[in-house]
Design a protein around this ligand. Structure first.
Ligand code: NAD
Length: 519
């Protein structure tokens, strides 16, 4: 780590020049050829590989992140994503033919071409500093965009490692790293972008989206949520407790997609608390504080925010509860609540707090979950098949892990993103390519088709209209009540009543004549 330069804010007056350079490079078409993009992705791979130790050390310094967690959720995550992208880019970038609805459209060869959005800005968050910044950068490079990345200033060591990788391994005319906090982010937002990819809090997302709206710049917003876990009376509580404890202790609960609270059938409360205690003992036999496998809160500001949420709660601490500001340590803490109005449900804790609220039944759980936030980032139902299906049918969320905590977010080919107040747009796997891609519609009108095309030119006549309808009109497969017509009526709609009647008559006459001949 000593070989890494110290974190330094980028000079504000250099930002417009860097942004202009990144835009000019895009307009030079340098990033268009797939070979260029694949070469950059491969270089990024080597940059990450050469800095594995630096990444581990940076995350340890910034967040006290255990090396195994850094390996899983930062290093291996980014390395696998970049390799997957480089190996599949030809397939993702290939032109797509549009679906045919009518025969005639085939002649226009309707095609979707995957165009890069342009010069893009990526603003990262602190909790998984590499994953949340390098992840979108992989998509931007793959799509053929040029990009500026601004990592979170709250994890300065990880930010420095990323800057080193970007400047030393990637084409500096196309990709740059800007370091800083609000002033630098604001200066970046003052520039013109073709796309802004933002990960962070709802309050800052509002600022970003307003700024983007001034220039009609498209945004992807990856935000947080007050994600519920729901435990029904038929759930396996031991499994639920173990999995939910893992989902709230990884990165000390600083995970956007971890459950913010648990709604639990009243009869399962005590068995669940007992199971939590057992799992806690299994994970941290000497306690979380002395364990090398439990991270720290990123800084004093975030520590104070989480502490205040706990102080303001009317709930009863049933497990954990200790904390130490000097060490930025907050023990995994289970709090039993008696009201859905509690401070622990009102805000996203983004820390190792596990509030549980007993409910009478599944209906009450679903009602409360929808009232707290009807579009959270993640949702975690534990129960039997019918109960889980009911939860899915009566709620919304960015994603779902059934009988687990945020497992879906770790599957690299599953698009990850929020809905409504938890965000818009998704990435990872092919979605990372798509999110920086404009699907450009292309049709090509051949010269020889002009004889058929005359129907679109004036003078308009009834005959032209009939000809157009014969070539283009699709027949409905439903009646006036919106009901399916069934295959018989559908066939009639397709071939026409008269044709069908003629066919039936001809078959009938033939059968009659055959019969007579036999007699
Ligand atoms: P944040 O909003 O404070 O910061 C995110 C980025 O915005 C940083 O780069 C920061 O420098 C910049 N920023 C901060 N204030 C700004 C301003 N006034 N103007 C312009 N830019 C500004 O978020 P954070 O504290 O780093 O992350 C925590 C939040 O992010 C949580 O709400 C969490 O749920 C969410 N998050 C979401 C995801 C996801 O993928 N959906 C992932 C991680 C974190």
């Amino acid at each position: 780590m000593s070989t890494l330069p110290a974190f330094e804010h980028t000079a504000l007056d250099s930002i417009p020049t860097t942004a202009a350079q990144i835009r000019a490079s895009f307009l030079s078409h340098k990033t268009r050829p797939l070979e260029f993009r694949i070469r950059q992705l491969r270089k990024l791979y080597w940059g990450l590989k050469d800095h594995e130790d630096a990444i581990t050390e940076a995350c340890l310094k910034d967040l006290g992140k255990p090396p195994l967690e850094t390996y899983l959720s930062e290093y291996a995550w980014c390395v696998n994503d970049v390799l997957f992208m480089a190996q599949n880019l030809h397939r993702f970038a290939k032109d797509e033919r549009a679906e045919d609805t009518i025969l005639m459209n085939k002649f226009f060869a309707p095609t979707i071409r995957k165009d890069p959005m342009g010069a893009v800005l990526i603003l990262g968050a602190y909790n998984f500093p590499l994953q949340l910044a390098i992840g979108p950068l992989i998509g931007a490079i793959a799509a053929g965009c040029t990009a500026i990345l601004k990592p979170s200033e709250q994890t300065p060591n990880a930010a420095v490692v990323m800057q080193k990788i970007i400047t030393e391994y990637l084409d500096p005319s196309c990709y740059a790293c800007v370091q800083g906090a609000i002033p630098e982010a604001t200066a970046l937002l003052d520039e013109k972008w073709d796309k802004i990819f933002y990960t962070g809090s709802v309050s800052v997302a509002t600022i970003v989206a307003k700024k983007a709206a001034e220039t009609l710049t498209p945004v992807t917003l990856e935000l947080g949520g007050r994600n519920p876990a729901i435990i029904t009376k038929h759930a396996n509580v031991k499994l639920a407790a173990r999995r939910l404890l893992w989902a709230k202790t990884m990165n000390a609960g600083q995970v956007c997609v971890s459950h913010n609270y648990t709604l639990i059938d009243k009869d399962m409360v005590q068995p669940f608390i007992n199971a939590m205690r057992d799992s806690f003992q299994e994970f941290y036999p000497q306690g979380a504080r002395s364990s090398p496998d439990f991270a720290r809160i990123v800084n004093k500001r975030q520590f104070q925010r989480i502490k205040k949420m706990l102080d303001d709660s009317n709930g009863k601490i049933v497990l954990g509860g200790t904390m130490d500001e000097n060490d930025l340590f907050i023990e995994p803490t289970v709090v039993q609540l008696d009201s859905a109005d509690d401070s622990l449900l009102r805000d996203e804790s983004f820390g190792p707090l596990l509030p549980i609220l007993p409910v009478a039944d599944l209906d009450e759980a679903i009602k409360i979950a929808n009232e707290v936030q009807d579009t959270p980032l993640g949702l975690y139902p534990f129960g039997n098949k019918q109960e889980v299906e009911k939860v899915l049918a009566q709620t919304r969320s960015g994603g779902v892990s059934i009988n687990d905590g945020f497992c879906h977010a770790s599957i690299p080919t599953l698009a990850f993103g929020g809905v409504g107040s938890s965000g818009q747009g998704a990435y990872r796997g092919k979605a990372s390519f798509d999110v920086f891609t404009h699907r450009r519609s292309i049709a090509k009108t051949p010269a020889w088709i002009e004889a058929l095309m005359d129907i679109r030119y004036p003078p308009y006549t009834a005959n032209k209209r009939r000809k157009y309808a014969a070539l283009n009109d699709i027949k409905p497969n439903f009646d006036r009540e919106g009901r399916d017509l069934g295959w018989w009526s559908w066939l009639m709609g397709l071939v026409g009543v008269k044709t069908l009647a003629a066919v039936v008559l001809a078959v009938g006459v033939r059968l009659y004549l055959q019969r007579r001949a036999k007699l």
